[in-house]
Design a protein around this ligand. Sequence first.
Ligand SMILES: Nc1ncnc2c1ncn2[C@@H]1O[C@H](COP(=O)(O)OP(=O)(O)OP(=O)(O)O)[C@@H](O)[C@H]1O
Ligand SMILES: [Mg+2]
Length: 247
Amino acid sequence: METTKSVYSTGFKGLFTGFAAFLPQIDFCMLIARNIVKAYGDLQVLKGVGLEIGEGEVVSIVGSSGAGKSTLLHILGTLDTPDAGEIIFDGKPLHTMRGSTLAKFRNDHIGFVFQFHHLLPEFTAVENVCIPGWIAGRRKKDVETRALELLTMLGLKDRTENKPGMLSGGEQQRVAVARALINNPRIVFADEPTGNLDSANARYLHRLFMRLRDEFKQTFLIVTHNEELAGMSDRILHMKDGRMLES
Ligand SMILES: Nc1ncnc2c1ncn2[C@@H]1O[C@H](COP(=O)(O)OP(=O)(O)OP(=O)(O)O)[C@@H](O)[C@H]1O
Ligand SMILES: [Mg+2]
C-alpha cells in the first residue's frame, strides 16, 4: 500500500506537534502524480509530469497554449488514461482503477470544470447541476436545494430554468462550476473556469474557490491564463512543452 510521506504527511507533523503553528497549513498530500506520460500518435504531449497537491491547497497551472495542461488535467481527473505513470489520490492508486468502480469514485470525489463546459443541451441549468447528484443516488429534493443554492451563489438565481442554448458563455461556465461542486468533491479540477468571465466575475469565482477551501478543506487544481487569478492561489505550477518547470 502506497504511503505518502512528504512535507505534507501527518506523520511528519505529528513529530513536531509543539511547533505545529510554524508548519504549513497543509498537512496531507491529497494528490500525487509521478512520471505521467501521454502521446497522441507521434505527438509526445506529456513527457514525464509529476506533482504533489496538499489537501486544501488551491494550485494554479499556467503555460502556453498546447503545453499539455488540459491533457494533464483530464488524466489527473481520471477522464483519460496515461500511457505510463502513477496517480495516487488520498493514498489510493487511481491509475489501476477501472470501469464502474472508477466511475463511482470519480462521481463521488472529483469535480471537473471543462474548458468547453460540456453542459447537456436538452436539460435546464438546474438539471445540469443536479445530474451528478442524482447519479450518486442522493435524495432528489436535497440535490435540487443544493443546486439552487450553488446557482444563486454564482449569480444565476434568475437563470436556473434556462437551457444552455439560452445562456451566455460566462453563464454556462458558472453552471459548469456549480455542477462540479454539487457532490462536495474532495478535489475540483477546473480547466480555464474564468475564460469567458469578465474580471469581476472571474475574481469572485476564485474567491469562492478559496472560501470553499477554507470552509470544507476542498482542494482545487486550476488551469488558467489569467496571471492575476493565478496569483491569488497558494501555489503556481508552470508547464512547458509537456513538462512541469521547476518552481
Ligand atoms: N485527442 C487528441 N488527439 C491528438 N492530439 C491532441 C488531442 N488532444 C490534445 N492534442 C494535442 O496535444 C497538445 C496539448 O493539448 P492540450 O489541450 O493539453 O493543451 P493546453 O495546454 O490545454 O492548451 P490550451 O491552453 O490551448 O487549452 C496540443 O498540441 C494538442 O493539439
Ligand atoms: Mg486546454
